[in-house]
Design a binder for this molecule. Structure first.
Ligand code: NAG
Ligand code: NAG
Length: 959
């Protein structure tokens, strides 16, 4: 939910009337005037002007930053020194720089400002704002991977004017640091992959006292230095101009990916105009953008300033650790096509330019060489995806709003009546008493416990909305405590900040304050949040934060947080501080009852993956928004936050049956799969849709449930090495250039399942791009597709999801339909097997209790399935822990009930049995093998019936 307009119940009613009146003109667009363009943002304009000056001057441009050689000190994997900035008035400013070479192979460059570190500055307007540049982003974001490399060494063969460091695996990486002008070139195997300040755009706007000019004589460039107004709000900027900027060049790289959140293609576009390009830089300033537009670099709700650059056989990346408003320009240019050049790579250089309004320069550089290496190293720093509770990866039913507890029970009963599985029902804002969180509306939700108990009968869950804005009302206990404990965000004058949000006049909890954590935890306790049970989970919305009457619908930048940090300094991490506090609260709800928290967040930053799932906010019920959801979800995945989804059906407006059906067929491929709808829309629970659409939608949801074992395995993989749960083409085939920009088809984990959802109207065939020359089989009827590097036409009637499986895989699934995923816990498995050209296949399965943290003590099953030389085997990938034996015992009765082999060897026609050998057994038993001949382009298949081997056991099946 969240519609960023202040609405009382009355205006809500009125807008409903207006909506009816406007029903014939559904076209909506974002209110551009509510959000800044680069030209309207002082520091964006200044940094772009710097780039323009540099490119206008070409070779004669020289960066005014030099590393003073006398200050350089290299020890224990870390180089320290002082950068000297020479200003236009020939002042020399000292900027301490650190370059760290990490054990993980990443490098980190930090630049700060000496005067500000020493507090040797004056701040205007008697502001209490912290004098330092914000250096605590990492406190919220980085959880590991900072060990410096002991093996990094100075390269003795360095020319004067340079300091070169060898580091990384087998010293294959080298950082070539030029002193004057300062520049760092990162090499892998002797080839340059990343250049820092190569374009000379390094910029640290140093602190300076304000010089009062005669009226009318202020230099134009100072126009936005000391204060800045937008949309009727004035930012007092007590520290004056303080932006930081830096250019990062990827020589020979044609594609860059990442930096969510934007509603745009996976392969990022150029941002300096021209056909097909953007005019504006990609912006990262977490905002509640009402009715956002597509194909746009505009900011949205979340920010992950992490970018991967990719070319054939090489991926590198950078992570810009800064929590302030950030913009990123991207320009691609023809590389100097020197015929003597050794490089066999792309003739394009991608030049990026990053700048933030405040904070320090803090940049991580990753040298790959594979996308998996980048995911892993980045994840060591910011953490991997939390392994979610199992229910969280099933289907979620939400709308703004289920209006009473009886309504919830009725929806629950209807799903059962129509035999459509679902796991979670959600309550938006209106369940509260007058928009006071941690309370229930006494008229509409008189019996919340009864409702949750009813849901629990089929092990279903409830998620309720809890937002960071607290209704400013004297008789509301949460408001009283917020104030008495001094835990609210303050305005620039140090008073409690008051703004307008859902409840009307509101205050905001300041989760930067450590004291907010125990308090926030106390509010979630079962005895404080009365009526909540242990199957209730939390949705943190509006945490950008959204402030209806604030500048750009958020807080004033000169508001103050704990530590006297200005909101300007911390804006983009604000959202995850709330999620972090909620995560802690969910762990502490009741002693001895520790379950993995489930939290959905709208606002996010790098690191959010450790604590939450995200969705793409308030999308619209249009085909275009359906299409846009795929690159958005894929982008989140490669930026390390793969537990992502979009509102199925579209939030605003009413989807027609075809759109809703196609949206479900696409939505089952979102790692986070939730239907949601605006309060003004018609009810659209899947059982309400008429036939044949109801059945088609039910089948799509059931397909998700059938494949939950494969999904959970993919989530597990993400939780240990950072790989995306759904993967784009380039990630799976990093050497296949024709696939790099493809973002409308996706792979589920490492399963070989390749889905191509239909996202356009009246479309009944589609094409799927296949990169390699393995056979691909239609998942449902085994039609064979083969042929590398081309698009294959695939039928896509409305009741069919275009879905292929590549040869060479073993995919685990569960075929028995149930009401909820928890009820599938003891069901047997089916294994689907396809052979590759060598006649081999492999796959894996991860299972645990789906609920507790016992897996950390060995309570899980992790199997590697292998087929070669006519033997299918299951080997253990797990390691024993204190709880292993106990868990295996509970799973002892869970078996494989069926193995389906697609396109088996022809000789199998004459076979009727297979031999099954369980670990340790002296003799095997047999099971029936049935062979099914198929014609007209469809592969034959064979089925092993009831092998009944234990899912947690070691065994082999001999064909
Ligand atoms: C750009 O160049 C002009 C002319 O040399 C100069 O006046 C201006 O200050 C420069 N701007 C920046 C941001 O460097
Ligand atoms: C929450 O933030 C603290 C730092 O304040 C950090 O140590 C902790 O790891 C975070 N929690 C999670 C679940 O990431």
């Amino acid at each position: 939910m969240a519609r960023s307009r202040p609405m009382s119940r009355w205006t809500l009613f009125l807008s409903f009337v207006v909506l009816i009146a406007c029903i014939v003109v559904p076209g909506v667009t974002v209110k551009h005037e509510n959000f800044k363009t680069c030209q309207q943002s002082g520091f964006c304009k200044r940094n772009r002007a710097l780039a323009d000056n540099a490119s206008a001057q070409g070779a004669s441009w020289s960066s005014p930053y030099e590393l003073d050689p006398a200050t350089i000190h290299f020890k224990d994997g870390q180089l320290n020194g002082i950068l000297i900035k020479t200003t236009s008035t020939h002042e020399k400013l000292r900027l301490p720089v650190t370059v760290s070479f990490l054990e993980s192979g990443a490098a980190r460059i930090i630049v700060d400002e000496e005067k500000r570190l020493k507090g040797d500055i004056e701040i205007r307007h008697d502001s209490k704002a912290n004098k330092k540049r914000y250096d605590e982003t990492e406190k919220w974001v980085i959880v590991g991977g900072l060990e410096v490399s002991k093996s990094a060494t100075l390269n003795a063969q360095t020319e004067t004017g340079f300091t070169n460091i060898l580091y990384g695996p087998e010293d294959k990486f080298q950082a070539i640091i030029r002193h004057a002008p300062f520049e760092v070139e990162f090499q892998r195997d002797g080839e340059t992959h990343v250049q820092i300040n190569h374009q000379g755009l390094l910029n640290m706007e140093h602190w300076r006292p304000k010089v009062e000019h005669q009226e009318g004589e202020s230099p134009e460039e100072e126009g936005t230095w000391w204060e800045e107004s937008f949309g009727g709000n004035t930012d007092s900027k007590p520290r004056g101009p303080e932006s930081v900027g830096l250019d990062v060049t990827f020589p020979g790289y044609n594609h860059v990916f990442g930096i969510p959140e934007h509603a745009d293609s996976l392969s990022l576009r150029e941002t300096r105009g021209g056909p097909g390009n953007h005019e504006q830089p990609y912006r990262l300033y977490n905002s509640d953008v009402f009715e956002y537009e597509l194909n746009s670099p505009m900011t949205l709700y979340g920010a992950i300033p992490f970018m991967q650059a990719h070319r054939k056989d090489s991926t590198v990346g950078v992570f810009w650790l800064n929590a302030a408003e950030t913009w990123i320009d991207i320009v691609k240019e023809a590389a100097n096509s020197n015929p003597l050049s050794m490089s066999a790579h792309s003739k394009t250089n991608t030049k990026t330019h990053w700048f933030s309004e405040a904070g320090r320069i803090d940049l991580f550089v990753f040298l790959g060489p594979t996308p998996q290496d980048i995911s892993k190293t980045y994840g060591q720093l910011t953490g991997y995806t939390q392994l979610p509770q199992h229910f969280a990866i099933a289907y979620h039913q939400c709308r703004w709003n289920y209006v009473t507890d009886e309504d919830v029970k009725e929806v629950d009963a209807k799903f059962d009546k129509y035999q459509i599985p679902y796991d979670v029902i959600w309550l938006d804002l209106e369940y509260t008493d007058d928009r006071k969180y941690f309370t229930w509306d006494p008229l509409t939700f008189p019996n919340p416990k009864g409702m949750q108990e009813k849901l629990d009968e089929s092990e279903r869950k409830l998620v309720v909305l809890i937002d960071p804005h607290i209704k400013n009302k004297d008789d509301y206990f949460v408001s009283q405590e917020l104030k008495s404990k001094n835990l609210a965000v303050l305005n620039k004058d140090g008073e409690i900040y008051d703004g307008w949000c859902w409840p009307g006049s509101s205050n905001w909890v300041d989760c930067f304050n450590p004291a907010s954590f125990p308090w926030w935890s106390s509010l979630h306790k079962f005895d404080k949040f009365k009526g909540s049970l242990s199957n209730l989970f939390i949705w943190n919305d509006m945490n950008e934060p959204s402030v209806f009457n604030g500048p750009e619908t958020t807080m004033p930048k000169d508001n103050l947080h704990f530590g006297n940090w200005e909101h300007r300094d911390v804006h983009n991490v604000n959202g995850i501080t709330l999620v972090n506090a909620t995560y802690q609260a969910m762990l502490e709800r009741k002693k001895g009852e520790v379950r993995r928290p489930f939290i959905l967040t709208r606002s996010y930053y790098a690191g959010a993956q450790r604590m939450s799932a995200m969705w793409t906010g308030d999308n619209q019920a249009t085909w275009e928004h359906l299409g846009a959801s795929l690159p958005m979800v894929l982008t989140n995945g490669i930026a390390g936050f793969p537990f992502a989804g979009a509102d199925v059906g579209g939030f605003f407006h009413n989807p027609d049956k075809d759109l809703l059906t196609r949206w479900y067929q696409a939505g089952i491929w979102y790692p986070f799969f939730r239907a949601h709808a605006h309060i003004d829309t018609r009810r659209r629970e899947p059982y309400l849709i008429s036939e044949p659409h109801r059945t088609i939608i039910s089948q799509a949801i059931r397909l998700r449930y059938q494949l939950l074992p494969a999904w959970y395995t993919a989530f597990h993989e993400a939780s240990v090495n950072g790989t995306p749960i759904v993967r784009p083409q380039y990630y799976v085939f990093p050497d296949n250039e024709a696939g790099f920009a493809i973002d409308d088809q996706l792979y589920l984990g490492a399963t070989g399942l390749l889905a191509k959802p239909v996202v356009t109207e009246d479309t009944f065939t589609t094409t799927i791009y296949i990169a390699d020359d393995e056979k691909y089989y239609d998942y449902f009827d085994f039609t064979v597709y083969q042929g590398a590097g081309k698009r294959h036409t695939v039928p896509a009637p409305e009741d069919k999801i275009p879905l292929l499986i590549q040869g060479g895989h073993i995919v685990p699934r569960r075929d028995r339909p149930r009401r909820s995923s928890a009820l599938m816990r003891w069901d047997p498995y089916t294994l689907i097997l396809t052979l590759n050209k060598k006649g081999e296949a492999e796959g894996s399965l991860y299972v645990d209790d789906g609920e507790t943290f016992d897996y950390e003590r060995g309570a899980y099953i992790h199997r590697q399935f292998q087929y070669s030389d006519s033997v299918l085997s299951s080997e253990n990938l797990g390691t024993k822990g204190a709880k292993t034996a106990e868990y295996l015992k509970t799973m002892a009765g869970v078996t494989v009930e069926r193995v389906v082999i697609i396109d088996p060897p022809k000789e199998w026609k004459d076979k009727s049995t297979v031999v099954i050998v369980e670990d340790g057994a002296k003799t095997g038993s047999t099971a029936v093998l049935e062979y099914y001949e198929q014609e007209s382009g469809k592969a034959s298949y064979a089925v092993v019936k009831s092998p009944n081997v234990g899912i947690g056991k070691t065994w082999r099946i001999e064909f």
